[in-house]
Design a protein around this ligand. Sequence first.
Ligand SMILES: C[S@@+](CC[C@H](N)C(=O)[O-])C[C@H]1O[C@@H](n2cnc3c(N)ncnc32)[C@H](O)[C@@H]1O
Length: 411
Amino acid sequence: MPKNRSRTILNDPSELHYELRSFFEFNRFTGTEERHFADLRIAVYENEFWTSKQRDGHSLHEVSYRACYKPQLPGFFIERFCDTDDVVYDPFMGRGTTLIEAQLRGCRAIGNDANPLSSVLAAPRLNPPTIQMVEQRLKEVRLSLPKKIDADLLVFFSPETLDELYGWRSYFRNRKRKGLFDKVDAWIQMVACNRLTGHSKGFFSVYTLPPNQATSLEAQRRINEKRKQVPKYRDTKALILKKTKQLLRHTLPPKYGREDFDLVCESADSTHSIPADSVKLVVTSPPFLDTVDYVGDNWLRMWFCDVKIDPKRIWQIKSLEDWVARMTDVFRELKRVLQPGGIVAFEVGEVRNGVLLLENEVVKAGFEAGLVPECIMINSQNFTKTANCWGVSNNKKGTNSNRIVILKKQG
Ligand SMILES: C[S@@+](CC[C@H](N)C(=O)[O-])C[C@H]1O[C@@H](n2cnc3c(N)ncnc32)[C@H](O)[C@@H]1O
């Protein structure tokens, strides 16, 4: 949960330099260097600014999502730069980590993701029902039997469990059609979507790859053969209630369940519905080139939630040049939505085995778009939990440190 750090709100990212240089919260001194970009000199600070040794995040974060970051990352910046009711925005919100951290600190959250699945995951956790409301609804719902099923899915689920999943799908569809789909239904859908596949009895499926990496049918057939396993019945209502209790086990600040959050489903470079000059702080992490297949990894969740998307809308960009061009467009859009003096914390991971320093490209793209790069922070730590969260093993292809470029819109 966010800890109660006595808050001194920084007026400008330039005030961050001293704090980063003298940071010693986890008993390490900050390493510093300077990088040069044509006429620009940018300070780089490396330390363990947030760590797996810190208390876990709020229980509401505990839904898996490919390439999610630890809540401590957005928490670090929100705590330092935002006051109550300031607007915090994430243009690539994924499971909504930034948004939850913003609301936990009394800020107003705006999120965007080109995949509508993100809103399915984030909205219910920004305005959650009580456990009692969920329990009552689970008692009331009668799940209908499907007329037809896709037998391929029996590779994950027992026939009875699969019937229930079809029952849930038609329940949600009917509620939407009748205009009755409410926050309790949305919560149940979000929890069920997160219980589809995984490697314990808490999931609806037989043992699979971690839940944020929905395996293909063929790969799952091979896993089943290798482990000599057959899917067993899982009581979907019981598992939804169990996970609900886990997600809601931490207390929430009194004004947490506010209704003024805004979720958008556009490409991050053209989010016209977000007003100009409205955002105080952006904390985000974009797709890193082509390292993650967000559509392929989420196919089963998207099936369950009836979410359809043109895969071309989700960026998986091979060429660095194209990636930089897209990010420059994103920064132009961020410059539009930021208040004068507003701040961006833009996180990229280590890619291509650390040979390519993506953060340098971010500095250049931000500058090109008219923002002022302030510094680069590198959060390095002994990875255990986060490596799991990223779905990559440490020191192999993928990400094992967070690199954050801090930029501002000139006041
Ligand atoms: C690295 S993930 C963000 C994860 C997020 N920080 C979290 O903690 O869950 C990048 C996200 O960008 C989204 N995305 C990909 N292309 C996009 C685009 N053109 N515009 C907006 N979002 C996009 C993906 O769907 C994915 O959710």
